[in-house]
Design a protein around this ligand. Structure first.
Ligand SMILES: Cc1ncc(COP(=O)(O)O)c(C=O)c1O
Length: 440
């Protein structure tokens, strides 16, 4: 073993030691320990992989990024994975890809895109940023997904796409959505940022539409710190997406290509009308792009997290089921989550809506839980059209969006993430019991 290798081994051993001293398992002290809604679940292996990448000092996307994309693609059964620096970037990239002039039938300014009003802000933002018109449909209570029965009414001659989030991991009715999209010739983007590992009819969500998006923010199913991905089975779309992610360039070299002639094998021999002869392909721009690239250090973290994903998904399901069984008895007052029989849900969180006609409001229950150190979160933007930043956007509404308003007033969610063990879930259920026994 070389000096460098043995030093590296020593560093890794020290990292593991540091992990167990500083980051090891925390004892649960009821009433004191916070019950987070989500969080990073990791051990020394993630830290070692990141340190390995730092010692290599490649920094930008390299061998770890290639491995991460390949292994994520294998897990999802999808041929193309484009790793980016956030889920919001993945959404932006997916929309920008459908607007690219390189794509036949691409979206143009003023085209309409159907999407639910209950959503995450950066699912809608890229539509507006690309001059598209969001057409908002209501959500269903219980699934909090777009109401599929409203789709036909939402379609006009300007409709070009449907952008569907799988809310909190719960799969949308993808068969209905794809059937309609195919009949009307619409593009479909699935925002699967909350739904890594969820399936509909045994197939991973995010892989039904033309493009799917994922987020690896620490709250999500796996983390790369910040990070996300666009996924597709369409090579042409993937090529455009990679170009737009990478400054808009035409070059499709792999991340750690060392061949001076590039992946095309004729980097310096391209003849492009209107450009000087034999133009360098690396500096040819065929799209108006961004730089949405993550680092290889993030990818190193992702590779280790990905190997743990099946276990994480099982834990999420287990925690969800325990909360569901325990909270069923309060259905007079609470709307509990519902899901399709055809769905196998890798839950992001546990959504609850306080019934509007009851003796208490969301505020009372949320305060009670937060006072007991149980974190709660609102269902993202609620009805996005009511948010100050979005009030003046050019958009269309289908119906009155009454469920979306109710979600904004009465819904919230609590955690099911793998960092919650049975003792913590018991504690959460006990606090609910106290709330209902004591006051109402
Ligand atoms: C449904 C949905 N889409 C997009 C995003 C954005 O992802 P990111 O935070 O990685 O930008 C989130 C973030 O939580 C989300 O929940």
């Amino acid at each position: 073993m070389s000096d460098a290798d043995s030093l590296k081994r020593e560093i890794f051993e020290k990292v593991a030691e540091f992990y167990s001293l500083e980051h090891g398992e925390q004892a649960f002290i009821p009433g004191q320990t916070k019950i987070h809604y989500a969080g990073r679940v990791y051990d020394q292996r993630e830290m070692i992989a990141m340190v390995d990448s730092v010692l290599e000092f490649w920094l930008t996307m390299g061998r770890y990024a290639e491995k991460f994309e390949e292994e994520l693609g294998r897990f999802l059964g999808v041929s193309e994975v484009i790793f980016v620096n956030s889920g919001s970037s993945a959404n932006l990239l997916a929309v920008a890809t459908l607007c690219s002039k390189e794509l036949e039938g691409h979206l143009e300014q003023g085209d309409e895109v159907i999407t639910p009003a209950v959503t995450f802000p950066t699912t809608v933002a890229p539509l507006i940023q690309n001059g598209l018109i969001p057409v908002f449909v209501d959500c269903e209570l219980g699934t909090y997904n777009l109401d599929v029965s409203a789709l036909e009414e939402a379609i006009s001659e300007r409709t070009k796409a449907i952008f569907v989030p799988h809310t909190l991991g719960n799969p949308c009715e993808m068969d209905e959505i794809m059937r309609l999209a195919e009949k009307r010739g619409l593009f479909v983007i699935e925002d699967a940022c909350d739904a890594l590992g969820s399936r509909f009819d045994s197939r991973h969500v995010g892989t039904f539409g033309h493009l799917g998006t994922l987020s690896f923010y620490p709250a999500h199913h796996i983390t790369t710190g910040e990070g996300g991905a666009v996924i597709t089975n369409d090579r042409k779309l993937a090529k455009i997406a990679r170009s737009i992610r990478d400054w808009g360039r035409a070059c499709w070299c792999k991340y750690n290509t060392t061949d001076p002639n590039g992946a095309c094998g004729r980097r310096f021999e391209w003849q492009i009308p209107g450009l000087p002869d034999t133009y360098d392909h690396r500096y040819l721009y065929t799209n108006i792009g961004y730089n949405l690239r993550p680092t290889d250090i993030q990818a190193a973290l992702g590779v280790v997290q990905l190997a743990k994903l099946p276990g994480f998904i099982e834990k999420r399901k287990h925690n969800f089921q325990r909360l569901f069984e325990g909270l069923k008895r309060y259905e007079d007052h609470l709307i509990l989550p519902t899901w399709s029989e055809r769905a196998d849900v890798s839950w992001f969180a546990f959504p609850i809506t306080v019934k509007p006609e009851g003796p208490f409001g969301r505020q009372e229950l949320v305060r009670w839980l937060e006072d007991a150190r149980i974190e709660t979160r609102l269902l993202f933007a609620g009805n996005i059209i009511k948010q100050p930043g979005y009030r003046d956007m050019k958009c269309k509404l289908v119906g009155k969006l009454e469920n979306s308003d109710l979600v904004m007033r009465n819904s919230f969610f609590i955690g099911v993430y793998p960092g919650l063990d049975d003792a913590r879930i018991d504690y959460v259920l006990d606090r609910f019991e106290e709330f209902f026994d004591g006051s109402w």
